[in-house]
Ligand binder design. Structure first.
Ligand SMILES: [Zn+2]
Ligand SMILES: [Zn+2]
Length: 356
């Protein structure tokens, strides 16, 4: 393929972002990279891409450097391709359609771990929202600050859920699950035998978030290739300060406003593994998480991944936060048929089973 003009691609991205009313700093990042590159001979740009030295230039970051590298291979940059794909769509309508297509939530917590409410209350709130199911995913033992469930407590929870389910309205059920910690070596923090019994397993990194890139990539790849893992939870671990309009704060007892940088890992390798193994990438709707960031949602989409748009609710009212995840998914052009929680409960459970 013949090379594209990387400067033109960067400018086009800036223009499309601007027209979509995206944050000014983001628009500026593409425009200033374009300006820097416009002043350099094409040969030098190509040489810097080859040697990985593009980001040493003022105004060129990882995201813009990747766009340039893709342009030079003759490929329309992924970032641009996704922007063009969603161009002209009514994003409000697309987000609403996505939200309407969701039948349940695959990541929620009760007061058995660090949530604020009993399982019954979470379930009743989910019924009111029109959900057909709620996957209960309390934390695993190693997360002591969140009162993670030991194998014994999880076994007791399974019995309890069965009893609660018997009393819930027809057409709705609580599915069993866990948000299992992805440990330092990538193993999952719960008995295999128990993981195999659960309907849906979400796995997330909660510790060692500053692991270096190679270690974090190995760790996540080990987790994703574990046949028990169904959904990769909030994959970058970032915390952001900004919140969607109308949301004052996450409302958790333990919440203190803070931010945290994304973990560093080879997202392309991890998403490729997710796509190959059929693991869904979570789009976490929590206002302080918004994880993964949109540029990574776009990459996961390109990689062929499935998604789960989850709230990670720790209280009943938070179950209504799916809207925020849907908005970001719509901005990235995620189609409903790639989202596992648009499926009926039986299909979701079958999908998880056949992956074991
Ligand atoms: Zn988590
Ligand atoms: Zn969680």
């Amino acid at each position: 393929m013949t090379a594209r003009d990387p400067v033109a691609d960067l400018r086009r991205i800036a223009f499309l972002l601007e027209r979509a009313n995206e944050a000014t700093y983001r628009v500026r990042a593409f425009r200033s990279a374009a300006n820097t590159l416009a002043g350099l001979p094409a040969k030098e740009v190509a040489e810097r891409v080859r040697t990985g030295k593009l980001t040493e230039l003022a105004g060129v970051g990882d995201v813009t450097a990747r766009c340039v590298a893709e342009s030079l291979t003759g490929e329309e940059p992924v970032y641009l391709r996704r922007l063009v794909a969603t161009e002209g769509t009514d994003l409000d309508a697309a987000a609403t359609a996505l939200r309407d297509a969701l039948r349940g939530d695959c990541h929620t917590h009760s007061d058995w771990s660090d949530g604020g409410s009993p399982i019954e209350e979470m379930a009743l709130a989910a019924v009111e929202l029109g959900h057909e199911y709620l996957v209960l995913t309390d934390h695993s033992p190693r997360l002591k600050v969140a009162r993670g469930l030991t194998a014994d407590r999880l076994r007791r929870q399974l019995d309890h859920v069965a009893a609660v389910n018997a009393a819930l309205p027809k057409g709705f059920r609580i599915l069993t699950g866990v948000e299992v910690d992805i440990l330092a070596d990538g193993s999952l923090d719960q008995d295999e035998e128990l993981l195999a019994r659960l309907d849906v397993v979400v796995g997330s990194v909660h510790s060692g978030l500053n692991d270096d890139r190679a270690k974090m990539t190995r760790r996540m790849l080990a987790a994703v290739t574990n046949p028990h893992l169904d959904i990769l939870g909030h994959c970058t671990g970032r915390l952001v300060a900004s919140r969607p309009a109308g949301v004052k704060g996450p409302g958790d007892r333990a919440h203190r406003p803070r931010t945290r940088a994304e973990s560093d890992f080879d997202a392309d390798a991890v998403f490729a593994a997710c796509a190959e193994r059929g693991v869904a990438v979570e789009i976490n709707s929590r206002p302080e998480r918004q994880d993964p960031p949109k540029r990574l949602i776009r990459r996961a989409l390109e990689a062929g991944c499935r998604f789960a748009i989850n709230t990670d609710a720790h209280a009943p009212g938070q179950l209504d936060w799916q809207r925020f995840g849907c908005e970001r998914a719509a901005l990235c052009g995620v189609p409903a048929d790639r989202v596992v929680n648009t499926w009926k409960a039986d299909r979701l459970v079958r999908w998880a089973r056949t992956r074991r």
